[in-house]
Design a protein around this ligand. Structure first.
Ligand SMILES: Cc1ncc(COP(=O)(O)O)c(C=O)c1O
Length: 427
């Protein structure tokens, strides 16, 4: 039986100093508890009590090559020896931007920042400056970072939306319009009601944060057509899908080229670097200085070095995508099979190497609203049971697979899933 006494002790200590005991609110929901990790290597993690895990949380997505990939480690260490923050230009920035413009279909120009939340703000600002309009259309269940101008609650039936969480500014949200996703009639209605006022529509190209739901055939193209007809721009938030669904992200996989995209997570292979990329004309305001794009850590040398190394490894190993997808499919099949045999009805929505597990009697969950009907309590219990068996997953059911997940990791995962399914069958 695993023990987490050291993590428990560290968490108690942490709560005396760090608000809530964790550095990002979501981590407080980790099951069985917010663990303290000592190290990672490949697809494995070790916690403070010496317990080993196969990792399917992957730092909430970024660790696409596995922990401490030698090429990333070498690039980062080499950069540390040369310096980390110059407050001036360095070649790495050009190298990273060059790779992004080569790999990502919409990318003619790039702006670098540290986090996805910041990158979304740059994208929104660029669209407002370019169109001279201020409203932004976003969609239910999508996540675009935690900043007030975009982090809103889904509208209640028949009513408007409000701040997603306490402490947010209502005023900052005055320009945000929220609609259900995958329905072009709604988009038409929103544009008709806000004619001449909408600068952009923003969405995840695959709704990873709301249940890994793929766009309906023709939906993204239709959304872009309506945007362009109405003089607005389309932003695809590829913070999760970028460099994960393909080297060119969802754009390459789904064959759609937006006006702008937002990149983060996998871009840095586990280090903090994010980007906005897209049409050169939209970036003109940054180029001439009229649109501020600021940040002490923008283009930070360590994140940039990690990004260059990560993209080079992925570019040199194109088979990585097929391997990650096959591994994710194997885990998916196992979850479905073991769920059936334990009498626990489970649905897995998967696109490429990212999937969401739900416990539900429904045969499929095809919209974000559908996903709200799933049994989230059982999902949390399952995540805790998996941790007991040496598998680390996010407690809401969103799993990522890395290029480092190998046969032994997958075999261990299958044994653990069978045991964890049996234990949640008793609930
Ligand atoms: C689609 C999407 N956009 C934006 C963000 C915000 O990125 P960050 O957490 O790096 O600020 C996230 C983070 O999970 C995300 O999933």
């Amino acid at each position: 039986m695993r023990s987490w006494t050291k993590s428990e002790r560290l968490l108690a200590e942490s709560r005396k100093h760090l608000a809530g005991g964790v550095a990002s609110s979501l981590r407080a929901a980790a099951r069985p508890l917010p663990l303290f990790f000592e190290r990672g290597a490949g697809a494995r993690l070790w916690d403070a009590d010496g317990n080993e895990y196969v990792d399917y949380l992957l730092g909430y997505g970024p660790v696409i090559l596995g922990h401490c990939h030698p090429a990333v480690e070498e690039a980062v260490v080499a950069q540390m020896r040369r310096g980390t923050a110059f407050g001036g230009q360095h070649r790495g920035e050009v190298e990273l931007a060059r790779r992004i413009t080569r790999l990502v279909p919409c990318a003619e120009r790039v702006c670098l920042v540290s986090t996805g939340s910041e990158a979304v703000q740059v994208a929104l600002r660029l669209c407002r400056a370019f169109t001279g309009r201020s409203r932004v259309l976003r969609f239910e269940g999508h996540y675009h970072g935690w900043i007030d101008t975009i982090h809103v609650a889904a509208p209640q039936d028949g009513g408007g939306h409000g701040p997603a969480q306490a402490g947010q500014s209502r005023a900052a949200q005055a320009d945000v319009l929220v609609a259900p996703w995958n329905d072009l009639d709604v988009v038409e209605r929103v544009f008709a009601a806000n004619r001449g006022g909408v600068a952009a529509a923003i969405c995840e190209p695959v709704l990873c944060n709301g249940g890994v739901i793929a766009p309906a055939p023709g939906y993204l193209e239709g959304l872009q057509r309506i945007c362009h007809r109405e003089g607005a721009l389309l932003i695809l938030d590829e913070v999760i899908t970028g460099f994960r669904l393909a080297l060119g992200g969802a754009q390459e996989r789904l064959g759609i080229v937006p006006d702008l995209c937002v990149l983060g997570k996998a871009l840095g292979g586990g280090f903090a670097v994010s980007a906005v990329a897209g049409r050169a004309d939209i970036f003109a305001g940054v180029a001439d200085g009229s649109v501020p794009h600021l940040g002490t850590f923008n283009g930070g040398a360590i994140g940039v070095a990690a990004g260059v190394a990560t993209l080079d490894v992925l570019t040199g190993d194109q088979g990585a995508y097929a391997r990650m997808e096959a591994a994710a499919e194997r885990v998916q099949r196992c979850l479905e099979r073991e769920g059936r045999s334990a009498g626990v009805p489970a649905v897995v929505n998967r696109v490429g190497s990212v999937f969401h597990l739900f416990f539900t009697d429904r045969p499929a969950l095809a919209s974000w609203r559908d996903t709200l009907t799933a049994d989230s309590r059982r999902m949390g219990e399952f995540a805790g049971a998996l941790a007991t068996q040496g598998i680390w997953v996010r407690s809401n059911g969103l799993w990522y697979v890395s290029a480092a997940h190998g046969p032994q990791d997958l075999a261990d995962t299958e044994v653990a899933i069978a045991a964890a399914m049996r234990s949640v069958a008793r609930l």
